[in-house]
Design a protein around this ligand. Structure first.
Ligand SMILES: Nc1ncnc2c1ncn2[C@@H]1O[C@H](COP(=O)(O)OP(=O)(O)OP(=O)(O)O)[C@@H](O)[C@H]1O
Length: 234
């Protein structure tokens, strides 16, 4: 089943026409990876889905309901959570406080989700009282993923989780996303092709603000020419 359907969206940032026709579908239980060179429009696509940028043309449907004119908090309440590129955690708050802030329901399911993320990221338990600003890059990423998971969402948008991390941390973060994939539908922006191709099921390539190619991840792994032309991978 298609959980999210983006059809021909256009987005301006100030006077700049950044997205000029992005279309994609995220199917339930799958990881959809957005690929493309720096500045292609991948982050802007996630931010447009989340309502941080208003789309000037095109439509976004989540669970068959149109959401492109909603505010970010309304979109979040519909069931989409977002892990931004800079992780967006509160540096002045502890790990525990950062997680509690995401917990609004205080019900059994929410405490089950907290148990799940603490089992997935034991570091968060160890550093429960540590301030967000004092965590390593990898720990911040884990906290950001955990916080997005704790929200009662069906779809997670994750922007470049490997950015700035040491290879061992990239591996850990990849494994945790593979685990979350059993419970959530995911749209992932990722420049690390090894990671993207290990985690991803479906892909879209964005180039100059447009989706230019899409398909199954295994097809892309075989297509050296497309990797060279759009991703700069030789
Ligand atoms: N606040 C802004 N003001 C002006 N231009 C912006 C702004 N934010 C993004 N852009 C431009 O929009 C284009 C798309 O940026 P975006 O961050 O979506 O690209 P990306 O594909 O995610 O690449 P990257 O991996 O470099 O983040 C770029 O040309 C960028 O310079």
């Amino acid at each position: 089943m298609t959980l999210l359907k983006v059809e021909g969206i256009h987005t301006f940032i100030q006077q700049y026409h950044i997205l000029q026709g992005v279309s994609l579908e995220a199917k339930e239980g799958r990881v959809t990876v957005l690929l493309g060179r720096n500045g292609a429009g991948k982050t802007t696509t996630l931010r447009s889905i989340m309502g941080f940028h208003k789309v000037s043309r095109g439509t976004i449907y989540f669970k068959n309901e149109r959401v492109d004119s909603l505010a970010p908090h309304e979109i979040a309440r519909k069931g989409i959570s977002y892990v931004p590129e800079d992780q967006g955690i509160f540096n002045g708050l502890t790990v525990g406080e950062n997680l509690y802030i995401a917990m609004r329901k205080n019900d059994e399911k929410e405490s089950e989700r907290l148990d799940y993320v603490l089992a997935l990221f034991p570091d968060l338990k160890t550093f429960w009282h540590k301030k967000g600003g004092h965590l390593s890059g990898g720990q911040k990423q884990m906290l950001a993923l955990a916080r997005a998971y704790i929200q009662d969402s069906q779809l997670m948008l994750i922007d470049e989780p490997s950015k700035g991390l040491a290879p061992i941390m990239v591996e850990k973060v990849s494994e945790s996303i593979m685990e979350m994939k059993k419970k959530r539908t995911i749209i992932l922006v990722e420049q690390n092709f090894m990671m993207a191709s290990a985690i991803g099921d479906d892909f879209y390539i964005i180039d100059n603000g447009r989706t230019v190619y899409s398909g199954k991840m295994e097809q892309l792994r075989e297509d050296k020419e497309m990797c060279r032309q759009y991703l700069g991978i030789t």
